[in-house]
Design a protein around this ligand. Structure first.
Ligand SMILES: Cc1cc2nc3c(=O)[nH]c(=O)nc-3n(C[C@H](O)[C@H](O)[C@H](O)COP(=O)(O)OP(=O)(O)OC[C@H]3O[C@@H](n4cnc5c(N)ncnc54)[C@H](O)[C@@H]3O)c2cc1C
Length: 364
């Protein structure tokens, strides 16, 4: 009988792994993919979806259809725990045995009291349509988090307002500066962009508690109809619940994307701590780049071969939508913005999604 590789989570790395596996004439293993929803929304298009630039079907991959086209079993359920001793994954519906397991579970919102009960989230990604709908009905919105996700989302909300001739109060509260990973000159441009669009922002203002329609910070209490939590990537609870977590709750993986404590467990994307570079940014770019190494190493480890290292690039190009089909990009100290940048982003994002859409609907 062929060995079983269980893929937990339909994150970027697992979707691309499946996509490549579909092209392979011979499979070294049976794959099982487990994810709580048949749809996976692509983060590069979240802001465009919130703004109304992209339709739902353009923004998401039908994971169940992709698995069916690949001849792979899909279980629509959340992983509730991993029993590494028994080599079993427990889900909300059944237990699944594995020879090799890979976790690509993304990040969770967390770390501050009241988030779960009182804040909206886009994680897991299938929450996107409902969250966007709720934000559409609000008159005032606080976004906790001034990284790329918070900035893009604030500008998307304002661009939608301009389109439908309405106006929501949008405020970003962030613990450090806006876009902390960007050079100072780029941050300055983003501050100007936000002000020009009527987005209020408070830097060095961490949210310490979320209550219904209200957030607390060390400097003041802020009120709004809705609070959207986009402040950093927290660890999915299932990793700690399974006894696999590091101090911060993430799965610690070696340069081979292999869990430090068990050679049969691998991981990629936001849910891991990459031990060679523990501060590695948590974003879709790295999750995508990890896919080929993850796929190769799962197969090599089944065959008892040497594993390949994942070597993250030091710098990557970040492109943020500014709303109104304009975008801003930066890489290292360089930055640019405008319609051409948006066209570039749109092309990259559509290309990424087109390959998965076509794979999920063979013959279309
Ligand atoms: C508004 C916004 C905009 C962003 N824009 C960008 C961008 O333009 N570019 C970029 O690179 N990054 C962007 N990011 C960050 C990006 O979303 C994440 O870094 C990226 O999605 C991480 O990918 P991943 O593969 O680790 O996991 P994800 O893409 O988050 O996927 C995780 C998967 O695991 C599943 N899952 C979760 N819990 C369980 C469970 N218990 N059992 C089984 N399955 C589970 C989920 O349903 C999902 O299928 C943005 C984030 C936000 C919030």
């Amino acid at each position: 009988m062929a060995p079983t590789i269980v893929l937990a989570g339909a994150g970027h790395a697992h979707l691309l792994l499946l996509y490549e596996e579909m092209k392979s004439p011979v499979r070294a293993a049976e794959y099982v993919l487990i994810s709580p929803n048949r749809y996976q929304y692509y983060s590069g298009m979240y802001a465009g979806y919130i703004e109304g630039v992209y339709e739902k079907d353009e923004t998401r991959v039908d994971v169940a259809a992709l698995c069916s086209a690949a001849g792979i079993r899909f279980i629509e359920a959340a992983v509730t725990s991993v029993d590494a001793k028994q080599k079993q994954v427990h889900t909300s519906t059944e237990a699944v045995s594995y020879d090799k397991l890979s976790l690509n579970l993304g990040a969770a919102s967390g770390g501050v009291p009241g988030i779960k009960a009182n804040a909206r989230s886009i994680k897991p990604s299938y929450l996107l349509p409902k969250t966007a709908e709720q934000l559409d009905q609000a008159g005032s919105i606080i976004i906790a988090g001034g990284g790329a996700a918070g900035v893009e989302t604030a500008l998307a909300l304002k661009a939608k307002d301009a389109e439908r001739k309405s106006s929501r109060d949008v405020t970003i509260l962030t613990s450090s500066t806006l876009l902390p990973e960007a050079p100072a000159a780029a941050q300055k441009k983003i501050r100007r962009e936000l002000s020009a669009k009527g987005v209020l922002y408070r830097e060095h203002t961490p949210v310490t508690n979320v209550a219904s329609g209200r957030v607390d910070t060390p400097v003041a209490v802020f009120s709004a109809d809705e609070v959207l939590w986009l402040a950093g990537a927290g660890a999915p609870a299932v990793i700690a619940a399974s006894g696999l977590a590091d101090k911060r709750g993430f799965l610690p993986v070696t340069k081979h994307l292999q869990y430090q404590g068990d050679p049969d467990i691998f991981g990629a994307g936001d849910c891991v701590t990459f031990l060679s570079v523990p501060s590695l940014a948590k974003n879709g770019v790295y999750a995508i780049r990890q896919a080929p190494i993850l796929r190769e190493n799962l197969k090599r480890s089944l065959a008892g071969k040497n594993l390949q290292p994942f070597q993250p690039q030091r710098q990557y190009m970040a492109i943020l939508s500014l709303g109104g089909r304009r975008a801003f990009m930066f890489r290292g100290r360089h930055h640019a913005r405008g319609r051409l940048v948006w066209q570039l982003k749109d092309r990259i994002d559509r290309k990424f999604m087109d390959q998965l859409h076509k794979a999920a609907k063979p013959g279309s």
